[in-house]
Design a protein around this ligand. Structure first.
Ligand code: A2P
Ligand code: 11C
Length: 333
């Protein structure tokens, strides 16, 4: 059986990667609808060997026969159009932050909480990129040793900001001035991702905290985060410090992570092997290394977690969700 699929924001950074992944994973598509703003209306794009014309997203778009719509066109667009799609029994996989913390909307990483898909009401939220890669690694550890506290410190690529962030770095290394970030990003680190909130944290940091609790289904988890933008084009890196309820052996942790879905362990420091953003680029897995005890506390562990933020952090996770919806018979038409 084949399905009718729409990609909203098909011309954007994440949208184009969604198209690439649908093609790469041979997604069973009958009819395809690339949607974007009026600016791109009429543009042509090639997908699975055919040429398609980009349609303008309007309230009427979802009167067409569409089974699944993957949205990557910003929070405002999702807020306005996802409910219209949902009402028409189109199942929406939404990449924006618009519905993530809505208790009636499942927030899903297929390797972590696939069962949450069962209670969807036609909208499913795709988590923030830095959250996705972390929880893939944390899930098996939480199940086995129960996490008490997490300290996230991130090193995030400029592609997380979309094309404007990418251009600031590209121009910056050639001596140009920044137009998007408040400070030069080339040869620099900015402890500032998204806007600052009243509590002194950035929105990115609060997303990591709240989304991790929701995905792991545990609001009592103690979490703190510092999110930093670094001069890297693709691939978010994260230092993750954990405290568990129960004791562990490092050997067990390594084998647990190696045998969990979606994870590749790269941890051979004698040979300078550890996860690197440059190596994660273009891959759909989450890479984990520098696995070592935090000797300053009881049952403490440090990890270095890296993934391609546009793939596993966005497009790949969304396409995996769409695949699971089909596999588990969870579409609404
Ligand atoms: P367009 O290319 O027509 O502007 P990025 O994150 O790389 O900037 O991409 C954003 C994506 O979201 C693009 O595909 C963009 O389309 C789309 N988009 C932005 N605003 C709207 C809107 N109001 N309606 C539909 N699509 C939108
Ligand atoms: C960044 N994590 O790297 C952000 C991008 O909530 O989907 C993704 C924002 C989001 O800037």
């Amino acid at each position: 059986k084949k399905y009718n699929v729409a990609v909203v924001g098909a011309t954007g950074m994440v949208g184009r990667k969604v198209l690439e992944l649908l093609e790469e994973r041979n997604f069973p598509i009958e009819n395809f609808y690339p949607l974007a703003s009026a600016r791109s209306k009429g543009e042509e794009l090639t997908f699975m060997g055919k040429t398609y014309t980009v349609q303008e997203l309007t309230e009427k778009s979802f009167e067409q026969d569409i089974d699944i719509a993957i949205f990557s066109a910003g929070g405002g667009t999702s807020e306005k159009f996802s409910p219209i799609a949902a009402k028409n029994n189109v199942v929406v996989v939404d990449n924006s932050s618009a519905f993530r913390m809505d208790p009636t909307v499942p927030l899903v990483v297929p390797e972590v909480n696939p069962d949450d898909l069962k209670w969807h009401k036609n909208i499913i939220a795709n988590p923030n990129c830095s959250t996705i890669q972390a929880v893939v690694a944390l899930k098996p550890l939480h199940e086995n040793y129960k996490i008490k506290r997490i300290v996230y410190s991130t090193y995030q690529a400029v592609s997380g900001s979309g094309i404007k962030g990418y251009e600031d770095l590209e121009k910056g290394v050639k001596g140009g001035t920044n137009e998007f970030y408040p400070h030069q990003i080339a040869f620099n680190c900015l402890p500032h991702i998204d806007v600052f909130l009243d509590n002194g944290y950035t929105k990115e940091e609060m997303k990591m905290i709240e989304e991790t609790q929701k995905i792991l289904g545990d609001d009592s988890l103690k979490i703190t985060a510092t999110a930093v933008r670094v001069p890297v084009f693709y691939g978010h890196s994260e230092s993750v410090n954990l405290e568990f309820e129960t004791p562990f052996e490092l050997k067990e942790i390594r084998s647990l992570l190696s045998n969990s879905p979606g994870i590749v362990v790269e941890d051979d420091v004698a040979n300078n092997i550890y996860p690197l953003a440059r190596n994660a680029e273009g891959k759909n897995e989450v890479f984990v290394g520098r696995i070592r005890r935090d000797e300053s506390v009881e049952n403490g562990l440090n990890l270095w977690i890296v993934a391609d933020n546009i793939r596993k952090g966005a497009a790949a996770n969304a396409v995996q969700i769409a695949e699971l919806l089909i596999k588990n018979n969870l579409l609404s038409r």
